[in-house]
Ligand binder design. Structure first.
Ligand code: C2E
Ligand code: MG
Ligand code: MG
Ligand code: MG
Length: 284
């Protein structure tokens, strides 16, 4: 009888269905509690210049630190938070934290240290995004050149004038916009020239296989050629071995990120690592 299982209507659900709905609602309530209790926080993972080995930036990755269960991975709560809209307060918190962290990382530096933040489509399409972003910058004293935003291809295939306007305004502030998980979305490549994109992040699923799969190597080379031709930088994510890092460097990929160098860690540990290494290298 329950034809419309996705809607809000309460009708005759099957037993598993109601269980799923209950889990959903209780997770939603737990996220609200977590937000009130300040249980969401960023971890940071280093981004490394493949030519020099220097740490030139970091990506902020959200963690949910629940007293009951410990750290919860974003893959376990971001999708639901996107559906419920809770990604907006979570995302604002991440933005603000990342800006404050960027200020700390840039103190005493001459070259900018760039902190990247992941932004969900829902969050960016929410009208207040730009204002929240500017507020985070102002309140923390963060320069626009110290932050970058990682968005996904799915945002760009929605043919929405407001998205274009927001992204242009962000780029106009001097904030870099990167496409995350590049190559895994719908890849209607035309969007790359319509939107102000300055960086592509090649998805881990391609990166990892370049050593033993010549076809993957060809794909990665093609992405690099295209990106560089369009004046974009390329970040390879999920680098776990020196061999992969060396191959990517040889292919002229500029930046790497992965467990080879660093696993995401709390701000305090990250900063301690930076302080210990004068060239801002973090040991693996
Ligand atoms: P992402 O933005 O593509 O982040 C990269 C993910 O790969 C992170 O997982 C990172 O910990 C993991 N990773 C980095 N290096 C390696 C490696 O060498 N090997 C392997 N196996 N994994 C590696 P994490 O932290 O679990 O985040 C998963 C996803 O959750 C992120 O993927 C992003 O899409 C989303 N996410 C995380 N934080 C936020 C946030 O604040 N806002 C939004 N909207 N999404 C977020
Ligand atoms: Mg990312
Ligand atoms: Mg990614
Ligand atoms: Mg990913």
């Amino acid at each position: 009888q329950a034809k419309n299982s996705g809607g809000n209507s309460v009708c005759a659900y099957s037993p598993d269905m109601s269980e799923a709905v209950e889990t959903r609602f209780s997770t939603e309530a737990m996220i609200n509690d977590g937000l009130r209790q300040g249980e969401f926080l960023p971890y940071y993972q280093a981004k490394v210049d493949l030519a020099s080995g220097d740490v030139i930036g970091a990506e902020a990755l959200c963690r949910w630190k629940r007293p009951e269960t410990g750290l919860v991975s974003p893959t376990d709560f971001i999708p639901l938070a996107e559906e419920t809209g809770q990604i907006v307060p979570i995302g604002n918190l991440m933005l603000r934290e990342a800006c404050a962290f960027a200020v700390e990382c840039n103190s005493g530096r001459t070259t900018p240290f760039v902190v990247a933040v992941n932004v969900s489509p829902r969050q960016l399409m929410y009208g207040q995004f730009l204002r929240n972003l500017q507020q985070s910058l102002e309140e923390t004293g963060c320069e626009p050149g110290w932050v970058s935003l990682e968005i996904t291809e799915s945002l760009l295939i929605t043919d929405d004038g407001a998205v274009m306007e927001t992204l242009n305004a962000i780029a106009g502030l001097g904030i870099e916009i990167a496409i995350d998980d590049f190559g895994t979305g719908y890849s209607a490549l035309g969007y790359l020239t319509r939107f102000p994109i300055s960086c592509l992040k090649i998805d881990q699923s391609f990166v990892r296989r370049i050593v033993d799969d010549p076809q993957q190597e060809i794909l990665v080379r093609a992405i690099l050629t295209m990106a560089h031709g369009l004046g974009m930088k390329v970040v390879a994510e999920g680098i776990e071995s020196q061999r992969v890092a060396d191959m990517l460097h040889a292919m002229k990929c500029e930046i790497g990120q992965g467990y080879l160098w660093h696993k995401p860690s709390p701000a305090k540990d990250f900063l301690a690592g930076l302080a210990k290494h004068p060239l801002m290298k973090i040991a693996s």
